[in-house]
Design a protein around this ligand. Structure first.
Ligand SMILES: O=c1ccn([C@@H]2O[C@H](COP(=O)(O)O)[C@@H](O)[C@H]2O)c(=O)[nH]1
Length: 273
């Protein structure tokens, strides 16, 4: 998917919401457990309930690969079920020496080998250019580089001071040379609102994938203040806050209500742009 197509979807839906499909079999409502593939059935109902309100879905791969072959099959079916105009993110946080990274890239971008055809994958930049480059070699696909994450542990490395900036800023200034804003996005956690102005100085045109609203306490209007750019430039994720809004038979209706609340807030913020 191109940046223009993504922006068109944002304008059409008046939303920059990403629904995180972090589907934990232990949290799937009990009435679905009799289904052949309860995880897929859960995801299917979440997608049906939210697809007009969001512009992206982000399955976190851990929730699928921990279940082995069965989990990969739930993931494949889920991805196939997502409407083609909606951006898909494999939140896998991959990255290794070049030839290994290429295999990871094929896993998510080459349906003829893996059955999966994601638009993007999250990538850890710690190993440098040759670990990220293989993800940038697929037409129409995106690498989403971890810059400043939403967790407490971000202080251990990402806020270390280098000559004239923090390490997460160095990640951006170095990696923005590897590919432009049509191929590369950055993860910036919603729990770090004060960093958005600095990030925007370094990456004015890049899309930022922003996890951490809802369950982790990030605030949408705070990050929108400095994070929005002329093409929106934000994809804001909520996983647990939407998909586990209810653990009962009404889970899809309750998920829709939470997604709708966020979409309305986003519409308001986009109108102010
Ligand atoms: O910095 C990061 C990077 C990724 N994540 C992932 O996003 C979702 C957040 O889930 P919530 O339930 O909305 O908190 C989850 O898949 C994380 O692994 C992140 O939170 N922070």
């Amino acid at each position: 998917m191109t940046r223009e197509e993504l922006f068109e979807e944002i304008k059409k839906k008046r939303s920059f919401l990403c629904v995180g499909l972090d589907t934990d079999i232990d949290k799937v409502p009990s009435h679905l457990l009799k289904e052949e593939d309860p995880v897929f059935e859960f995801n299917k109902q979440i997608i049906d309930a939210t697809k007009d309100l969001c512009i992206a879905y982000k399955p976190n791969i851990a929730f699928y690969e921990c279940r082995g072959v069965v989990g990969w099959e739930s993931l494949r079916k889920t991805l196939e079920y997502i409407p083609k105009e909606i951006f898909t993110i494999a939140d896998a946080k991959r990255g290794d020496i070049g030839n290994t990274s290429l295999m990871y890239a094929r896993t998510f971008f080459q349906p003829e080998s893996s059955g999966l055809d994601f638009d993007s994958v999250t990538v850890a930049p710690y190993m440098g250019i040759d670990s990220v480059a293989p993800f940038l070699g697929f037409e129409g696909k995106w690498a989403i580089v971890l810059a400043l994450t939403s967790n407490e542990g971000n202080k251990d490395f990402q806020y270390l001071e280098t000559e004239d900036d923090f390490l997460f800023e160095k990640v951006i200034t170095t990696s923005r040379e590897w590919a432009g804003p049509d191929r590369l996005m950055y993860v910036v956690g919603a729990t770090q609102p004060d960093a958005f102005a600095d990030v925007r100085k370094l990456a004015p045109d890049h899309f930022l994938l922003v996890p951490g609203i809802g369950a982790q306490g990030g605030n949408l209007s705070e990050i929108a203040e400095c994070g929005l750019n002329g093409q929106c430039g934000l994809i804001v994720n909520s996983s647990r806050g939407i998909i586990y809004a209810s653990g009962a038979e009404d889970f899809a209706d309750k998920a829709r209500m939470q997604a709708k609340k966020l979409q309305e807030e986003m519409q308001h913020l986009l109108e102010k742009m």
